[in-house]
Design a protein around this ligand. Sequence first.
Ligand SMILES: Nc1ncnc2c1ncn2[C@@H]1O[C@H](COP(=O)(O)OP(=O)(O)OP(=O)(O)O)[C@@H](O)[C@H]1O
Ligand SMILES: [Mg+2]
Length: 228
Amino acid sequence: MDVQPNNQQIQLIKVEKAYGKHNVLSNCNVNIKRGEFVVIVGRSGSGKSTLLNLIGGLDKPTLGEINILGYSLHTLNEEKLSNLRRKYFGFVFQFFNLIPTLTALENIRLPMSLNGISKKDSINGAKLLLKELRLSGLENHFPDELSGGEQQRVAIARALSHRPEIILADEPTGNLDLETANEVLDLLNTTCRRRGTTLIMATHSKEVMGLADQIFSIRDSEIKKAST
Ligand SMILES: Nc1ncnc2c1ncn2[C@@H]1O[C@H](COP(=O)(O)OP(=O)(O)OP(=O)(O)O)[C@@H](O)[C@H]1O
Ligand SMILES: [Mg+2]
């Protein structure tokens, strides 16, 4: 699968998502360019995670069209969708989701191994990320031997390791104290900016809004662009 040139890297056209009779998103139109930092805000239950899951191809819209890197998601079968996810996306979650039996270095290497990157290159790539995310010296620690902030930085390194086009981060700092949260956000933002990686983040954090290129606010199933 090659990336097709497209100025709008991510496009949602008249997307609607309902669970049974519960309409979570209606007439949702979103355009995101390569390398942008996009923040999604809204109250608990407003549909932020639903929107991220739709963009990442983890869930399907009830109506409408989603185009990612020139691919119309509805035209892809499960295998192609899963290839697209593995190659072009990195995911960061609220509860870190590291594999407990793997060290920090091994966790970071995982997406690279899944994408067929050689052992030597993946070790070098992981070491570079450990340095970028200020984790040097912790490579052989298991997740339960790391603080929450360190675990989340490992999770960020893991999400970035195979050089995906897009990072989807669902409340990545929701489980951290304010100071650690700000440090993690800063590192996530600067690392994505440096690499030209698109970052789409659902968050309740006010601090982050000043850094964003676009802010989408979800309310009563409507998505609106807020001023940055
Ligand atoms: N698989 C599902 N089946 C049925 N309803 C669902 C499902 N997933 C989410 N919902 C409902 O959709 C709505 C939006 O949920 P979502 O998880 O997207 O909210 P959110 O904005 O991420 O909230 P939070 O800030 O608490 O994480 C909620 O009312 C939720 O109950
Ligand atoms: Mg959520």
